[in-house]
Design a protein around this ligand. Structure first.
Ligand SMILES: [Zn+2]
Length: 89
């Protein structure tokens, strides 16, 4: 643990402190930790995005969209027939 001087007010604060005791300015260590945290979150988000895109591409490549289309048109015609009061053929 060392003493560093606050960037904002110039007073000496502990390097392990999250923020300056005097002015409340976030310390360098805290900022670094926040940056690391943000980078990690960004990587997780990117990873999820890549996984979702990959799954979607596999889905589309296997004719998945057609399946969804069929399901939707079946559901839609079911709703229409229900609304009109005819049995779904
Ligand atoms: Zn300060």
């Amino acid at each position: 643990m060392a003493l560093i001087s606050c960037k904002d007010c110039g007073k000496e604060i502990s390097s392990s402190a999250e923020k300056c005791l005097f002015c409340g300015c976030p310390s360098e260590t805290y900022r670094e930790n926040e940056n690391k945290k943000n980078t990690k979150i960004l990587f997780i988000k990117l990873f999820i995005l890549v996984v979702v895109i990959t799954v979607l591409m596999i889905f589309v490549a296997n004719g998945g969209l057609q399946w969804v289309g069929n399901l939707f048109s079946n559901w839609f015609s079911g709703v229409i027939f229900d609304a009109v009061g005819i049995d779904n053929p």
